[in-house]
Design a binder for this molecule. Structure first.
Ligand code: 6GU
Length: 229
C-alpha cells in the first residue's frame, strides 16, 4: 500500500523540491509513497480567490481564512492525521516520524502570513508541530523536512545499514564519529581501534564516543535517554 502525503499550500511549486531527489525521489518513483499537492488558492473566495484577511482585534499581518483552508482540507481528508507545521506546535520528534510512517499517510497544511484562523485548526483537530525554535516564512520548508524524516523510514526506502544506524538515534544517543580511507590525511590519523579488526573493541569504542558526545553536546538527550531512566 502506497503511503500518501497530501500537501495544501499557496506555493505548490515548492514540491516535491528536494524530495524528488536521492532516497525519497527514488521511493517516490517506485510508488513506495505518493505526493499530491493542492493549491489553496483554488479554494479562495470570489473573483480574486481571496485566501486571507486582516486579524480580528487588529494587528499586523494577515490570517488565512478558516472556510478556505477547510475546503482545501475537505478535498483530500480521508482519516489520515492532519498536520499543521507551525512554530507554535509541540516539537516534532523521531517518535512522530515513526508514528506517521506506521500509518497510511498524512495531510500537511502549510500556512503563510500570520498562520491559520484558530477555528480551522480546531475543527479538523490538526496536529500542530514545530521543527525547531526558529521562525520560517511558511510551513512549506517544515513540511519538506517532516516528510523527509518519515519517508526514509518507509519499508524499502533505506538499506539495512542505514536502518541499523537509525536505531541508534532512536535510542537517544548522538552518532559516533566516522572515518574512511586514507588512514592518514593531512597529518591526521584514524583511531587505532578502527583499524584493529577487533569488532567488539570497535563497538565498545563507538558506544563510548556516542555517550561522550551526547553528554557534551546534548545534556537534555543524555538526561532523558531510556537506559538512564
Ligand atoms: Cl513547523 N513552521 C514554520 N512556519 N516555522 C517554523 C516551524 C514550522 N518550525 C520552526 N519554525
Amino acid at each position: 500500500m502506497t503511503w500518501r502525503a497530501s500537501v495544501l499550500t499557496l506555493f505548490p511549486d515548492m514540491f516535491p523540491g528536494p524530495l524528488g531527489q536521492s532516497l525519497a525521489g527514488r521511493a517516490l518513483q517506485e510508488t513506495i509513497w505518493s505526493l499530491d499537492v493542492a493549491d489553496i488558492r483554488n479554494f479562495g473566495i470570489g473573483k480574486h480567490r481571496k485566501v486571507d484577511d486582516t486579524p480580528f482585534g487588529g494587528g499586523a499581518g494577515m490570517v488565512m481564512r478558516a472556510d478556505v483552508v477547510d475546503a482545501a482540507v475537505a478535498s483530500v481528508a480521508d482519516g489520515r492525521p492532519i498536520v499543521y507545521p507551525t512554530p507554535r506546535g509541540r516539537r516534532f520528534t523521531q517518535a512522530d516520524a515513526q508514528r506517521f510512517a506506521a500509518g497510511n499517510g498524512i495531510v500537511l497544511v502549510c500556512g503563510r502570513y500570520e498562520g491559520l484562523d484558530q477555528r480551522a485548526i480546531e475543527a479538523r483537530s490538526m496536529e500542530e508541530v514545530s521543527i525547531g525554535d526558529y521562525v520560517l516564512s511558511g510551513g512549506e520548508l517544515a513540511a519538506l523536512v517532516l516528510l523527509d524524516s518519515v519517508v526514509r523510514l518507509l519499508p524499502g526506502v533505506m538499506g539495512a545499514a542505514e536502518s541499523a544506524e537509525e536505531e541508534s538515534f532512536s535510542a537517544g544517543l548522538l552518532e559516533y564519529p566516522h572515518f574512511t580511507r586514507p588512514a592518514e590525511w593531512a597529518g591526521r590519523t584514524v583511531p587505532d581501534v578502527l583499524l584493529s579488526g577487533n569488532h567488539a573493541a570497535v563497538a565498545a569504542w563507538r558506544q563510548a564516543e556516542s555517550e561522550q558526545i551526547t553528554m557534551q553536546r546534548r545534556p537534555d538527550l543524555w538526561a532523558a535517554r531510556p537506559s538512564n531512566l
